[in-house]
Design a binder for this molecule. Structure first.
Ligand SMILES: [Zn+2]
Length: 453
């Protein structure tokens, strides 16, 4: 949130929030050289959460049932929980020998009995309190959990360890809870159930507000849920109603929609609130603001392919999400509004050619985030790649990347490799010039494919 600002660049784009910091969050205290499932000593396979939220007091009460497999014998398990305090912990139904929640975010649990390697086990954590940072109050008195900040509202393991997710949430009369995945109807009053078969905690979110909830389906039957916080429906509904068209367009470029539910959640945290893209259902934190527009919806929906399904592994790989989501709006404008992208490319390059600051941050540099360059120079660089390898290879590359990496965490060098493989060309010089370099590309790369004016 702190890292966002509106960006004016010919068009005004809403800058989506920086994707959550993902690197190095594996918090399991026991390290081992033993081969373990999913690359770690503990593989969480399911989160089954029951929460109650009282908006007036910002009070969250929860119970998390976590199912996991031990890759090696475990005497201690560490989860992350910031804000609410754990009040009771059981492992395989037995009260834990001890559990310690330290000042930052770790919840260290010692089971009563050592957990044997290779076995499945269940942890139940009951907890209560004010949610931690990332739990954002909305202007209408509700709250929205920022994607990637799962530990603000439930005890969580590795942010990139995909698991089944089930949420049963209650709130006072008049309030609704909207999360990710498919909605399951509850017979209990003011109880909301959401289920997603496989999701990384990094891509979870939940929002609670006095929502107006509208349900439709895509042509293939995929359920769609749109939720509007008070006062936002008039402005946001015309955007939400374009969702089938947007998803059709993106499917045409990237291949089948990656998930089995869709929709949009509109809340107002503040006027500069960014769009975010949890799995299946983007959340607009500044919905109704003067910045909110259709291109923001296109950008966030594009993240379902580029950013959520094929997700960047480390902050340094963020171009894989933001360059492509930003470039998606270019393709949309070309297709829907007839924008001449070659002319736009020429105008921007000519305007920025001698502007050293514009080129100074690499789109890919090990150990560094691309930052705002991904939003402004990202689409430019992808348009240059399009000109460099031609329509057929570029189209095939966009689609194959999204489809081959369905539900995977991936890194930038893998993309360069696929681009070379599909185009059959050595692109080292091109990628160095446009993605790894920090100065304006040499003319041979700056005007690829005869795009020079
Ligand atoms: Zn984005």
């Amino acid at each position: 949130m702190k890292n966002t600002r509106p960006l004016t660049f010919g068009l005004r784009w809403r800058l989506p929030a920086t994707t959550a910091v993902i690197a190095g969050l594996l918090a399991w205290s026991e390290t081992t050289t033993t081969a373990a499932p999913q690359g770690g000593p503990v593989d969480i396979t399911a989160y089954d959460l029951t929460i109650d939220y009282q908006p007036g007091e910002s009070l969250l009460r929860g119970s998390a049932m976590i199912t996991a497999t031990a890759g090696t014998a475990l005497d201690e398990i560490t989860l992350r929980l910031r804000g609410p305090e754990a009040s009771a912990v059981t492992v395989n139904g037995m009260a834990a020998r001890s559990f310690v929640q330290n000042g930052d975010e770790n919840l260290a649990i010692s089971p009563a009995k050592r957990i044997a390697g290779g076995t499945a086990f269940r942890i139940r954590v009951d907890y209560e309190g004010k949610p931690g940072d990332g739990w954002l109050p909305t202007e209408s008195g509700g709250a929205s959990a920022f994607e990637g900040d799962a530990s603000a509202w439930f005890p969580v393991g590795d942010d990139q360890d995909k698991a089944e997710f089930r949420l049963t949430a209650t709130a006072p009369a008049g309030w609704s809870v909207v999360a990710v995945g498919r909605e399951e109807r509850s017979t209990e009053p003011n109880t909301f159930q959401w289920h997603e078969t496989e999701v990384a905690p990094a891509h979870l979110a939940v929002s609670i507000d006095r929502f107006t909830v509208e349900r439709t389906t895509l042509a293939d039957g995929t359920p769609v849920v749109h939720a509007y916080a008070p006062g936002l429906r008039d402005k946001a509904k015309p955007l939400a109603d374009r969702t089938p068209q947007i998803l059709d367009f993106l499917t045409g470029r990237y291949g089948p929609y990656p998930f089995s539910s869709a929709g949009n959640v509109f809340v107002h945290v503040n006027e500069d609130g960014p769009g975010t893209s949890p799995q299946t259902r983007p959340v607009y934190l500044g919905a109704g603001s003067k910045y909110m527009d259709l291109l923001q919806v296109v950008h966030e929906q594009a993240h379902q392919w580029y950013g959520v399904s094929a997700a960047h592994r480390s902050p340094e790989d963020a171009c894989l999400s933001e360059c492509f989501a930003s470039h998606s709006t270019w393709m949309w404008e070309e297709s829907i509004d007839g924008v001449d992208l070659d002319a736009r490319f020429r105008d921007i390059v000519n305007a920025r050619k001698t502007d050293a600051a514009f080129w100074q941050n690499a789109l890919y540099k090990p150990g560094e985030r691309p930052g705002f360059a991904a939003y402004d120079r990202g689409p430019l660089a992808l348009h240059a790649l399009h000109k460099q390898i031609g329509d057929e290879a570029f189209g095939s590359l966009l689609r194959q990347w999204a489809q081959q990496n369905h539900q995977q965490f991936v890194s930038w060098p893998q993309f360069e490799q696929l681009a070379e493989q599909i185009s059959g060309r050595d692109l080292d010089g091109f990628f160095q010039a446009w993605f790894r370099g920090t100065t304006v590309p040499a003319d041979a790369y700056l005007w690829p494919g005869g795009s020079k004016p």
